[in-house]
Design a protein around this ligand. Structure first.
Ligand code: DMJ
Length: 554
């Protein structure tokens, strides 16, 4: 009885009526409540402010670390070419403040490169490419260490010095081109010659130039044809150039017109004009009968120099021929010696305009393919290099034309970004069809870590300063991280709808995709477009002033 009375008296303190009868106690209670609230609120604010402070400090640490690495790289490179150069009006985005978000993002991209590279080092060292699922290397390019050479300049630009040095030792000690292997002249040029020349231009280390000369000498007999249009395959040990059986004896347009940058650069650096001579002849030969729309079909006869009835495309087998017309003009300092490249490129851009169509209902611009007089409503992801090329070339036009081409570049980049955004994995398929009323639909459904869309985003960011392109690039990077990163490297997808993975880490993922993403979040003085020109495998080649005159002019 006594216990129940005392417990009842304890409960009276929670009864509101108790306080209503005792106003002083009510006031005291209210004061206590307000004080407690203030203490809790104050602590939360302090915690929040503290967290913000910590995050700012973290950003600052990342920024300083990054700066330190860049300074270290610059110092250790006495005699080397600094990757940080001058920037003119062409790159309008500000370099003064390095955005903390950019710093964080490029660190993430660098982390991806470290992951890709260390997986290659661990499981596929010295082989052409890594198969991450089965953890082994494969020699898809004849055993030339394609990934290692493709990655050299990316390692250098990212300041991954130890990795670069290990790769350099392999090139010096173990790289051997004397292989009884039928190599693709195009693939070997853009990856190996281009990769070595870029490593030479960045580091100043002669070993890279010697190796570039060695492999180029082995490729050179491919140009010994009646027309000068090269055969596309050559045996690295024995020569014997020829074309693949499936082209019916013809040479492929992109494979024949995408060696100019590398071979001109090699002539400039060795002082031997023979490389430049061979590749510039190809363009002169094609220019003799260049059509009024500047569009060439993908097959050309190397004996007669004539065009065979075949597809016209800015995608597979056509693409980089058009890219190099513009880039040789840039590499040649836009001088009269290279004027015909720009003229041919402008003619081809008229042809490109004739291939532009828009989807319904959303009005995405796309580039058709063409056969004979018929247009095909199909576009490869490979053709997504075109927005970057158009943006890069736009400044050579008078203002109205420049605006027109830049605006088309922006429209096409939006379409290419939507190739990614429209799939469940947010990664693009290999090609797209455009049917009335349905906008875009995936054709071939794989994704092999290709770079073309991020390449265009990089150019558009550099040339417009519009941060939207960085956001799109970041979204694509995150989709690669989510779908393609596994413990032992990066893989492609067999199907962008299901996300089923393949077993190949393409060498261009390290050469191109990750490099363009890294540069997308770097100041525009890092590999300035005023001083460097990228080959089609994203290897930056230093622009060297070119004297007038077509050959023997270095
Ligand atoms: C690369 O080897 C080059 O970019 C080439 O011009 C086209 N294909 C791949 C990347 O997709």
């Amino acid at each position: 009885m006594a216990r129940s009375r005392s417990s009842a008296s304890r409960w009276r303190y929670v009864n509101p009526a108790y306080y209503l009868k005792r106003p002083k106690r009510l006031a005291l209670l209210l004061i206590l409540f307000v004080c407690a609230t203030l203490v809790v609120w104050d602590r939360q604010t302090l915690v929040r402010e503290h967290e913000e402070e910590v995050s700012k400090l973290n950003d600052e640490v990342t920024r300083l670390q990054s700066m330190l690495e860049e300074i270290k790289a610059a110092k250790s490179g006495a005699g080397k070419v600094n990757v940080i150069g001058k920037v003119s009006d062409a790159s309008r985005n500000s370099d003064v403040l390095d955005d903390p978000i950019d710093i964080q993002r490029r660190e993430k991209v660098k982390d991806a490169m470290i992951h890709a590279w260390s997986s290659y080092e661990k499981y596929a060292w010295g082989h052409d490419e890594l198969q991450p699922q089965s953890k082994n290397g494969v020699d898809s390019f004849g055993g030339l260490g394609a990934t290692l050479i493709d990655a050299l300049d990316t390692l250098y630009i990212m300041g991954l010095d130890e990795q670069f040095q290990r790769a350099r030792e392999w090139v010096a000690e173990s790289l051997d081109f004397n292989k009884n292997y039928d190599a693709s002249v195009f693939e070997t040029t853009i990856r190996v010659v281009g990769g070595l020349l870029s490593a030479y231009d960045l580091s100043g280390d002669k070993v890279f130039l010697e190796k570039a000369k060695d492999i180029a000498d082995r490729l050179l007999p491919a140009w010994d044809t009646p027309s000068g249009i090269p055969y596309n395959i050559i045996n690295l040990a024995h020569g014997n150039p020829h074309n693949p059986g499936w082209t019916g004896g013809d040479s492929i347009l992109a494979d024949s017109g995408t060696e100019q940058l590398e071979f001109i650069a090699l002539s400039q650096r060795t002082g031997d004009p023979k490389y430049q001579h061979k590749v510039e002849n190809v363009i002169l030969e094609l220019n003799k009968t260049f059509p009024s729309d500047g569009l060439l079909p993908i097959y050309i006869n190397p004996h007669r120099g004539t065009r065979s009835y075949s597809t016209i495309t800015f995608g597979a087998m056509g693409d980089s021929f058009y890219e190099y017309l513009l880039k040789v003009w840039i590499q040649g300092n836009k001088t009269t010696a290279v004027k015909h490249y720009r003229e041919m490129w402008e003619t081809s851009m008229k042809g490109l305009l004739s291939l532009v169509r828009r989807t319904t209902p959303s009005s995405f611009a796309y580039l058709c393919e063409k056969i004979g007089n018929s247009l095909i409503d199909k576009m490869d992801e490979l053709a997504c290099f075109a927005p970057g090329m158009l943006a890069l070339g736009s400044s050579g036009y008078a203002p109205d034309e420049a605006e027109r081409f830049l605006s088309l570049a922006e429209e096409l980049a939006w379409t290419c970004y939507n190739f990614y955004q429209s799939t469940p994995t947010k990664l693009a398929g290999e090609n797209y069809f455009f049917n009335s009323g349905q906008d875009m639909s995936v054709g071939t459904s794989w994704n092999i870590l290709r770079p073309e869309t991020v390449e265009s985003l990089f150019y558009l960011w550099r040339l417009t300063g519009n941060k939207t392109y960085q956001e799109w690039g970041w979204n694509i990077f995150q989709a690669f991280e989510k779908n393609s990163r596994i413990e032992t490297g990066y893989v492609g997808l067999k199907d962008v709808s299901t996300g089923i993975k393949d077993n190949m880490m393409q060498s261009f993922f390290l050469a191109e995709t990750l490099k363009y993403l890294y540069l997308l979040f770097s100041p525009s003085s890092v590999i300035s477009l005023d001083e460097w020109v990228f080959n089609t495998e994203a290897h930056p080649i230093k622009i060297i002033p070119r004297k007038e005159g077509r050959f023997h002019d270095n």
